[in-house]
Design a protein around this ligand. Structure first.
Ligand code: PNS
Length: 159
């Protein structure tokens, strides 16, 4: 049977840390859908359309990966996409509490949906979209942390 996984997130914007998790997931599953949440409550810097476009550009080299926006509950979107697994990155112990809570909640909502975690390699331990947005807002060079299309988009957005 075809195994399809979702890698959900806000991706505001997608970083090399996200690409690492997505690439690893793509090696483990037949198909990976990068599920970009609207996350209105987080007041994202990039619009949903921009976040999807950047994620598509940044993952176009991965043939079994596609990018889709979603609104509403993640468990509903997973059902709609016929995905049986959520894959999330885990950077440090500080991520654990939040991820633990989300996993428990999603399990309550749909106990058939499995959540698995991929540990980030050391070079991405400290990397997050918010760190990238902060660096970019101070005009710092982000090229080590994000795909080229994101670097350009950040420059345009914040200039
Ligand atoms: O990259 P993020 O912002 O940490 O990802 C969080 C995300 C988008 C996975 C989470 O907020 C989410 O699943 N949002 C969709 C709404 C939902 O299902 N909420 C209940 C589970 S927490």
């Amino acid at each position: 049977m075809m195994k399809r996984a979702l890698t959900p997130g806000t991706f505001d914007p997608i970083t090399n840390g996200h690409i690492d998790v997505i690439t690893r997931a793509a090696q483990l599953f037949d198909e990976v859908i990068v599920a970009v949440a609207r996350s209105e409550g987080k007041h994202p810097l990039f619009s949903l359309e921009e976040r999807v476009e950047l994620a598509r550009e940044a993952t176009k080299h991965l043939p079994n990966v596609r990018v889709e926006p979603f609104t509403g509950l993640l468990v509903d979107f997973a059902q709609q996409m016929e995905a049986s697994v959520l894959v999330k990155g885990l950077r440090a112990i500080t991520d654990f509490e939040y991820e633990f809570q989300m996993t428990a909640l999603n399990y309550q909502l749909d106990s058939e949906l499995e959540t698995i975690f991929i540990m980030s390699p050391p070079e991405y331990m400290y990397l997050s979209s918010s760190i990238v947005r902060e660096l970019a807002s101070f005009n710092a060079d982000c090229s080590a942390f994000v795909p080229e299309c994101v670097r350009v988009a950040l420059q345009e957005k914040l200039s």
